[in-house]
Design a protein around this ligand. Structure first.
Ligand SMILES: C[S@@+](CC[C@H](N)C(=O)[O-])C[C@H]1O[C@@H](n2cnc3c(N)ncnc32)[C@H](O)[C@@H]1O
Length: 288
């Protein structure tokens, strides 16, 4: 193995009812006529999310920088509150009651709603952000249009480049996740088209990333063997149980036999890696 040029890549490319009326420092929201939201995928996938998916401070710093001087922010698919600014006015929108219930004390109160139909007035905040959520939206084009409708100055999206997703070694063991993710994540070209342009930055993932999303496990294969950690990743949570058991058995065997370390052991000594995570920042010039 050439240790000078690390190779991570596999050979194969690849709550409250919505009828609540909530007070917020920025705006009074009246959403009384909305229909009751049904259970969402994250009411299942999201159980235990806050325990394994703690915001990584280095990724958080990149998002903070991207938000610039925005004083108010709509966080779409806000989940349990990871990466949400603490020193700006935040309106959190999240469809899953299970995720809302895990928001820490002191976090902005979340409105139950979906990206495709944000329960907010036009130009309500300086910026809109969404973190690792857009691949779950039924209609990401409409969701992005909604973000443009509610934000005055800037949109910040943390997502994956689907051309790049799971081209690292996990794709060897779980090619189904690679195929599924490649379909779910919108292409960067589509995203930039919906946004009306923007800048794309690579966000390298630290080896000791505290947010245990799948892409954060590239240097810690043993963590992939943890049922609890896999359960909070949508890739594994959506996988068929039989396929998951087979993938984990193969990885476990390769770790025990040393085959994994022979191929990828150099990653244990690498500090950060580009696993396809991208920050997309788009400037707006809206009234207000
Ligand atoms: C991987 S979690 C990310 C949560 C949070 N942004 C974070 O970084 O921890 C994905 C989130 O997107 C939410 N989501 C799913 N479909 C959505 C939709 N149509 N509109 C808005 N959010 C959605 C899920 O409920 C979940 O909370």
């Amino acid at each position: 193995m050439n240790r000078g040029e690390p190779t991570a890549f596999s050979a194969t490319p690849y709550g409250p009812s919505p009828t609540d009326v909530r007070e917020h420092p920025v705006v009074t929201l009246r959403v009384a006529s909305r229909p009751q939201m049904s259970e969402t995928a994250y009411d299942r996938i999201g159980r235990g999310y806050a325990a394994t998916r703690r915001a990584d401070p280095r990724i958080a710093a990149r998002i903070e920088l991207a938000l610039g001087t925005a004083e108010s922010v709509v966080n779409v698919g806000a989940g349990a509150g990871s990466y949400e600014p603490v020193d700006r006015d935040v309106i959190a929108v999240e469809p899953s009651q299970e995720m809302i219930a895990q928001r820490p004390p002191g976090a902005a109160r979340a409105i139950r709603g979906s990206a495709e139909r944000l329960p907010l007035p036009d130009y309500v905040a300086d910026a809109a952000m969404t973190v690792l959520s857009i691949h779950h939206w039924d209609d990401p084009a409409s969701g992005v249009a909604e973000m443009r409708r509610v934000a005055r100055r800037r949109i910040v999206v943390l997502t994956y480049d689907p051309d790049y997703v799971l081209r690292w070694w996990l794709g060897d063991y779980a090619p189904q996740i690679a195929a599924d993710d490649a379909e779910r994540f919108p292409s960067l070209d589509s995203l930039l088209g919906w946004l009306g342009g923007g800048a794309v930055e690579t966000v390298e993932v630290p080896a000791d990333c505290t947010d245990l999303f799948l892409g954060a496990l590239w240097a810690r294969p043993e963590l992939v063997l943890s049922d609890e950690i896999r359960a909070s990743t949508s890739g594994f949570a959506r996988m068929h149980a039989t396929q998951e058991r087979a993938a984990i058995a193969r990885l476990g065997n390769d770790l025990e036999s040393g085959a994994w370390d022979e191929r990828y052991g150099h990653l244990r000594e690498t500090d950060e890696l580009d696993v396809g995570l991208r920050l997309v920042v788009s400037e707006l010039d809206q009234p207000g």
